[in-house]
Design a protein around this ligand. Structure first.
Ligand code: FE
Length: 200
């Protein structure tokens, strides 16, 4: 997409992907409905809306929250969101005392089932190194103010274990049902680089 909103010519990568897809189809190595299913998974079935529903349920149901913090993999699977790459999920809770932030210092490990594909900045070398060495500085760049007496914890995701943050429930949300709560929850708040803003 070009800056004026009109679709531009395909990039070189897109053209190579299309050429590869037609070759695989032609040689009978893959079926087009298998490719469609894969694309559907990444476009429609994985993504931060899943994680937002997990967070909203945890905010609304203390028993579910306790389960989520104890066994993230099973509690998330209970919502129908199974790990795509077989990894275990660990959910860490933000409180007034502790702010959690997730990084993959090695590469770009990310919980696809609940958050979708990682944003570009998550995969960038500066984020990966500075999240570990200067987490408060990184948070400040995301506009996230953390009180001086709040402990900042950084969790390093890897191939076997992926972290997700349970953000703090914002003020002014007492009357909201889980669907309205989920709409407040952003991807970045579940990575821990931002907090969930109050409604309005
Ligand atoms: Fe990684």
């Amino acid at each position: 997409m070009s800056s004026n909103g009109i679709p531009g010519p395909d990039s070189e990568v897109a053209l190579r992907v299309k050429a590869m897809e037609s070759l695989l189809l032609e040689k009978g190595l893959v079926e087009s409905n298998a490719i469609d299913a894969l694309i559907d998974m990444f476009e429609n079935r994985l993504g931060p809306w899943n994680g937002a529903q997990v967070v909203a349920r945890a905010w609304s149901d203390p028993k579910y929250k306790a389960w989520l913090l104890k066994d993230g993999t099973d509690a998330i699977a209970d919502m129908g969101f199974e790990a795509v790459q077989g990894e275990d999920m660990v959910v860490v809770e933000n409180t007034p005392q502790v702010h959690n932030m997730v990084v993959c210092t090695l590469c770009s490990c990310f919980p696809w089932a609940t958050l979708g594909l990682p944003p570009v900045w998550y995969k960038s070398a500066p984020f990966r190194s500075r999240a570990a060495s200067d987490p408060r500085g990184v948070l400040a760049e995301f506009g996230t103010e953390i009180a001086a007496d709040t402990e900042v914890r950084v969790w390093d995701s890897n191939a076997e274990l992926r972290y997700m943050v349970l953000p703090e429930r914002p003020a002014g949300t007492d009357g909201l049902d889980t669907e309205a709560l989920a709409k407040l929850v952003t991807r970045d708040s579940m990575i821990g680089v931002t907090n969930v803003a109050p409604p309005g």
